[in-house]
Design a protein around this ligand. Sequence first.
Ligand SMILES: *Cc1c(COP(=O)(O)O)cnc(C)c1O
Length: 481
Amino acid sequence: MRYISTRGLPTDTPRSFTDILLRGLAPDGGLYMPVEYPRVDSEMLTKWADRFREGGYAALAFEVMRLFVDDIPPADLEAMCQRAYNADNFGSDVVTPMTQLEDGIWLLHLSNGPTAAFKDMAMQMLGQLFEYVLEKEGRELNIVGATSGDTGSSAEYAMLGKDNIRVFMLTPAGRMTPFQQAQMYGLDDPAIINIALEGVFDDCQDVVKAISADADFKEKYSIGAVNSINWARLLAQVVYYVAAWIQAGGSSVKKVSFSVPTGNFGDICAGHVARSMGVPIDKLIVATNENNVLDEFFRTGIYRVRSAAETFETSSPSMDISKASNFERFIFDLVGRDQELVRDLFANKLVNEGEFSLADSSVFRDTRIRFGFLSGSSTHADRLDSIQSVYRHDKVIIDPHTADAWKVARDAMRGGVVDPPLVVLETALPVKFAQTIQEALGFTPDTPKRFEGIEDAKRHVIDLPNDVEAVKQLIREVVGD
Ligand SMILES: *Cc1c(COP(=O)(O)O)cnc(C)c1O
C-alpha cells in the first residue's frame, strides 16, 4: 500500500507506510491518504470475526492493519499488535467491550486504556510503531507536544519506556482537571518531561509551532510530533469499527450505524475508512457540542472555521475545536480525490476567506447518499439530561463527550432516520470529568481501582514562562549536544 497527499500533484511518487509514519503533514501541506482502500468481502469479514473471537482484539487489529502496512514483516506487525492490545493495557483481551442500552442503542467502550480516554486506542499502537521504526533506522525522536488534557497523557503513557523516544509535553499551568494533572505529572521517568507553561492551551500550541518552524533546531534535536493527523493513528482506529460490527451480531445483522463525539474528525474519519473498505456500516453520525462547525457543514454544505476566540469553552472540552484537522481527508474522498480542488479549498479559500461552500455542488448530496453521513449537536443542558437519562434507564454513567453522541443518536433514532443497531462510541471514562457528573447526578463517579491514589503521587513537572527560548533551552539541556 502506498500513500499520497490530499493536495499532491499527480506526478508525486507515492510513499510507503513507514516512510509517512514519522512525518506530520505532507510537504505540500496536505494529509497522507492510501492510494486506494483495500476492499473486504463477506468471506474476509467472516474470517475477521473468527479471528476476533479466538485471538481477541490484537488478532483482529493485525488482520485489518496488515492490509495497509506492507513494509513491515507480518510477524513483527502482529507482535506489535499483541503488545499494544492486551489485558494489561485495556483490562481484557476484547479491549473494546460493548454494552446494550435501551432502544437498540449500544455503547462501545473505548476508554479502558491507561489514561481512560479513547486516544489510548491509537496511541498505544503508535508507541509500538515509533519504537520499531526508530530502532530500524537507528535514530531517536524527541516528541514535543501541547495538550489541554487527553492527548498529552495518552501520548506519554504510550511512549513510556520505549527506546529512543523522549516526550516534552507542554500543559497550560493550572488549567487541566486535577485527575488529568495527576495522570501526567505523576509519571516519574527521565524520558517524560512535563512542562507547565504560564499561559493557556493556545500559548502552549504556539510554542510548539515556533519550535517546529525552526528547521535547524528541529533537525539538530530530532523533534517530532504525535498529532491527530498522523495516518497510523487513524488506521489503528479503523479496527474498533470492525470489532463493534462483530459484537453487534456480525453477519447476522445487515449493517451497523455509529454516533461519534467529534472534534478533529479523526475518530469518525476512521469510520469512513472502514465503511469505504466495505465493512457493513450504514450511517455515520457526526455529533458536536456547541462548537458546531462540522454539524453546520453536514447540514448546509458550508464549512466555516472559527478562531480560538470564537470557540466556546464547554463541558465536553476535548471537542472544543473549530477547525477539524482531519476533515480534509473526507473532503478529498467527497470530491472524487481531485487534488487540485482540495488544494483550492484548503490552501486558498479556507486560508483567505475563512470558509468554503460545496452547497451548490452535486457532491454535497453524496455526503448523505454515498457516504452515509448525518450530524447533530448538543448543549450543556443536553449533556446533563443525557447523563441523567442513561443513568436512570441503564445504571451506566457516561462522560460528557459520550453524552453528546448519545443525545444525537437518540434524536436520530426517534426521528426514524437511522435503524438499529446504532453504536455510540464512548470516548472517556466519567472519572475524568467528575465535576459535570456531579452536576448531572448529584454524586461523583467512582474512581476505577487502577487510578486510586494517583492524586497523592509526587509531581514531576517543570514550570516555565510562556517563552519559546526557555523551552528550547530546556530541550538542549535534556537532550545534550
Ligand atoms: C479527542 C476526543 C474526542 C474527539 O475525537 P476526534 O478524533 O478529535 O474527533 C472526543 N472525546 C474525547 C474524550 C476525546 O479525548
